[in-house]
Design a protein around this ligand. Structure first.
Ligand code: COA
Length: 321
């Protein structure tokens, strides 16, 4: 038994912060941001919206498009590093809003790899027969842990959510999925303090993301090249047979380097950081949905997804839609 994505949905807040807006608050330029990252604008949640609100909207769209009853869902997994509160988890918050109960609902904290981690776990639940219909979500409000005075990070991060419905299938569906992590790199991209670890004396930016961008960049390119080649090799699929490459949307230059190594033409690479920014766990399903809605991705296509994020964590999923 394999698992298959039968629908995808997404949600982005209506409020948009452009590069020009950021020129007014930090020492940067639209030209620098576009050329160094590929980002032109980023959706930012309003103060009344928490991660589960964004996740719920994306989930509702995925449910409607899947043409299933809400009651069919028997598993919810949410990838997020910006949960509404320490507890209850975002999975149960969505479960409640959907009016559902009595099945597993939980969150995975794997930063930008959250959606790929969640997909990998849901695939295993379906393969073992424990789930017949899973809701998998990647959702973030990164704006809440971003220092808006720090030009190294505030130009990158954004808010949004994407969701997928998975069901068992006799078709190929998810052909290959593998996860990885290396905690050695924890300090290169991290939030120093939070729920449990507290500073002796608190300052404003203790609870914001800090990134050594250049060092993250180098490890990201190397790791993503390796895992993409590995995914194709282990699935016995050649890169020419991949219809679409949907990577985590952190930096267009990272994606171009990996695509070049895989000899994938740029028409096969799905980019959405131009309008979505880096939405961490939401970035892959947001890009995925954008390309389904504009008619590029179709049923039967072979798709390679891959993520890389804080931890470091990484993962890949190869599937036939
Ligand atoms: N606007 C203008 N100039 C900026 C700037 C900004 N927002 N941020 C940094 N700079 C300057 C730096 O001060 C530096 O100036 P200097 O040469 O005079 O010292 C110069 O631009 C280059 O800085 P650098 O940090 O080397 O830029 P970069 O090319 O590495 O790009 C990132 C920075 C963050 C865009 C890039 O490193 C990146 O995308 N990293 C990986 C992110 C990632 O993959 N994360 C993983 C998952 S979230």
């Amino acid at each position: 038994m394999n698992s298959k994505i039968i629908s995808i949905g997404s949600y982005i807040p209506s409020n948009t912060v452009t590069n020009k807006d950021l020129e007014k608050t930090v020492d940067t330029t639209d030209e620098w941001i576009v050329s160094r990252t590929g980002i032109k604008q980023r959706p930012i949640a309003d103060s009344s919206q928490a991660t589960s609100d964004l996740a719920f909207e994306a989930a509702m769209t995925a449910i409607e498009r899947a043409k299933i009853e809400k009651n069919d869902i028997d598993l919810i997994i949410v990838g997020t590093c910006t949960p509404d509160v320490a507890t209850p988890n975002v999975g149960t918050l969505i479960q409640k809003r959907l009016g559902l109960s009595n099945f597993p609902a939980f969150s995975i904290e794997a930063a930008c790899s959250g959606f790929i981690y969640a997909l990998n776990i849901a695939d295993k639940f379906i393969k073992t027969g424990e789930s017949k219909c899973a809701l998998v979500v990647g959702a973030e409000t990164l704006s809440r842990i971003t220092n808006w005075d720090d030009r190294n990070t505030c130009i990158l991060f954004a808010d949004g959510a994407g969701a997928a419905i998975l069901k068992p299938t006799d078709d190929k569906g998810i052909i290959f999925s593998e996860l990885g992590a290396n905690g050695e790199y924890a300090d290169l991209l991290h939030v120093p303090y939070g729920t449990s670890r507290k500073p002796e004396k608190s300052s404003k930016d203790d609870y914001f993301l800090r990134m050594s961008g250049n060092e993250v960049f180098k490890v990201a390119v190397k790791t993503l090249e390796e895992i993409a080649i590995d995914a194709l090799k282990k699935s016995n699929i050649q890169s020419k047979d991949v219809d679409w490459f949907i990577p985590h949307q952190a930096n267009v230059r990272i994606i171009q380097a990996v695509a070049k190594r895989l000899e994938l033409p740029e028409e096969k690479v799905i980019l959405s950081m131009d309008i979505h920014g880096n939405t961490s766990a939401a970035s892959i399903p947001l890009a995925f949905d954008r390309a389904v809605q504009d008619g590029r991705i179709k049923k039967g296509d072979t798709i390679l997804m891959q993520s890389f994020g804080a931890g470091f964590t990484w993962g890949s999923v190869l599937l036939e839609l």
